[in-house]
Design a protein around this ligand. Structure first.
Ligand code: ADP
Ligand code: MN
Length: 178
């Protein structure tokens, strides 16, 4: 449903996508270009203990979504945030003005995740996640379709083009138009 015009003076951007698609690299560069705050949810969960322990099967923390959302609420109200996470369905819809889904070609993603040390089912699950566009689907189900953008992010040139696109979008954003 259409929300009232955002009270924030700067927009919030969610950067999502399969692990390895370049969210953290992209968010760091976009943050440097714009002075927006980069919030890496994985790091925040670790630092502030916003989890319910370690998941041995999936080799990651069991994120406590309520604690994460409580932690972020004030910052999100202020605006000027780039939120970096491989999931997007548990954040309040009203927080975001743009949802960027980064996408990477399979063989490129395979190499990136192998270099990260992923093997076996951990590697193949992530490749499948990308093939089936799980994050794009999740973003489209969770946010209005006109704020969701899928961006190809195979090369550094593509990343730089994506940063330019988002920087331009930020410059022209106005709370009146949201
Ligand atoms: P994520 O945060 O989505 O898991 P990272 O930003 O950690 O992804 O990037 C995964 C790996 O891919 C890193 O080694 C990074 O240097 C590399 N990488 C990220 N974006 C690009 C890109 N656009 N072109 C080439 N390599 C990239
Ligand atoms: Mn990351």
């Amino acid at each position: 449903a259409a929300a009232a015009a955002a009270a924030r003076s700067r927009p919030n951007i969610l950067v999502t996508g399969t692990p390895g698609t370049g969210k953290t690299t992209f968010s760091t560069a976009l943050s440097e270009a714009t002075n927006f705050r980069h919030i890496n949810i994985g790091d925040l969960v670790k630092e502030k203990n916003l989890h319910d322990g370690w998941d041995d099967k999936f080799d990651c923390y069991i994120i406590n979504e309520d604690l994460v959302c409580d932690e972020l609420e004030n910052m999100m109200e202020e605006g000027g945030n780039i939120v970096d996470y491989h999931g997007c369905d548990f954040f309040p819809e009203r927080w975001f003005d743009r949802v960027v889904v980064l996408q990477t070609e399979n063989s490129v993603l395979f190499d990136r995740l192998s270099r990260r040390g992923y093997t076996g089912s951990k590697l193949s699950n992530n490749i499948e996640c990308e093939i089936f566009q799980v994050l794009l689907e999740e973003a489209r189900e969770s946010y209005p379709e006109d704020i969701v953008v899928a961006l190809k992010n195979d090369t550094v040139d593509e990343m730089n083009a994506n940063i330019a696109t988002l920087s331009d979008w930020i410059s022209s954003w106005s709370p009146m138009l949201s």
